[in-house]
Design a protein around this ligand. Structure first.
Ligand code: ADP
Length: 264
């Protein structure tokens, strides 16, 4: 395969150096993954994410969604196929906020910039912008144990935002949160998506979350995961929270659920 995104660790997402081709932000062509124990997690995955796309991936548990994301981030390598990443910086947000317990919110948010050697003045500025964007103003001096789950996730998001990513990978970031907090963070993530204009690839178990956030929803089959359906989401941005209660939203969510039922 051609080189995947050069993003070696979760703590230091850095510039991606994949092969560039036309307008794709990310392109997976015939990607497969077999682990050393023989488990085949993914097979023949073809997917294009363009600038301005927010693509959610849904599928049965264990179908290879996280594996696909880990390959995109460079944390894992495909066993076959090609992955192209066309973006200077790649952000990666996990289900676990992975904050350093002894650092304040501000210091956690500055961490990636610190590791990248960004000057103190510049990282202060980027952290202040990110803190305002995710709604953490006033909590800069708090330690992680003083935050709610939603606030920890906001901190994690803000930390990745400081790298000004052109591509943002999300591995079920809100899966552990209660529904109200998840919906609120979905609303805010959409604002970030529009404000920062990144291409997003988002893993989730929630059909409603996928439809609400995305320009397109991708359905994967059970393991070994293949992409079996791509459903365009036609709703304009900005999307209001009330979109969730419209018949059109229910109809599209029903369509995605039907695809999921047929592969589960
Ligand atoms: P999902 O995110 O869709 O729940 P994953 O991508 O985490 O699924 O995993 C896909 C499959 O690969 C699962 O069956 C999982 O057990 C297996 N798997 C994941 N990582 C490894 C590994 N390091 N070694 C062997 N099998 C793995």
């Amino acid at each position: 395969m051609t080189p995947t995104a050069a993003t070696p660790t979760a703590a230091t997402p850095t510039a991606a150096t994949g092969t560039l081709s036309d307008t794709a932000a990310m392109r997976f062509s015939g990607v497969a993954k077999q682990f050393p124990d023989g488990t085949v997690a993914l097979t023949d995955a073809d997917l294009v994410v363009r600038p301005g796309d927010f693509v959610s991936v849904v599928g049965p548990s264990g179908c290879g969604k996280s594996t696909l994301l880990r390959i995109a981030s460079g944390l894992d390598k495909a066993s076959a196929g090609e992955v192209e990443i066309n973006g200077r910086n790649v952000g990666y947000v996990f289900q676990d906020a992975t904050l350093l317990a002894w650092r304040t919110v501000q210091a956690n948010i500055e961490l990636f910039c610190e590791l990248e050697g960004v000057s103190k003045a510049e990282r202060r500025k980027r952290a202040a912008d990110a803190i305002a964007l995710v709604g953490l103003s006033g909590f800069e001096k708090h330690l992680p144990h003083e935050l709610s789950g939603g606030m920890r996730m906001r901190t994690s998001l803000a930390r990745s935002l400081t790298l000004e990513p052109e591509i943002f990978l999300f591995d079920e970031p809100f899966g552990a949160l209660d529904e109200i907090t998840r919906e609120r963070l979905n609303d805010e993530l959409l604002k970030l998506f529009k404000a920062r204009n990144f291409a997003g690839l988002f893993i989730t178990h929630s059909v409603a979350e996928a439809v609400f956030l995305s320009t397109r929803v991708v359905v994967m089959s059970g393991r070994p995961g293949r992409i079996v359906a791509e459903i365009d989401v036609p709703f304009d941005y900005p999307r209001s929270p009330e979109l969730r209660y419209t018949p059109e939203f229910a109809e599209l969510s029903g369509e995605v659920s039907q695809h999921l039922r047929s592969v589960s």
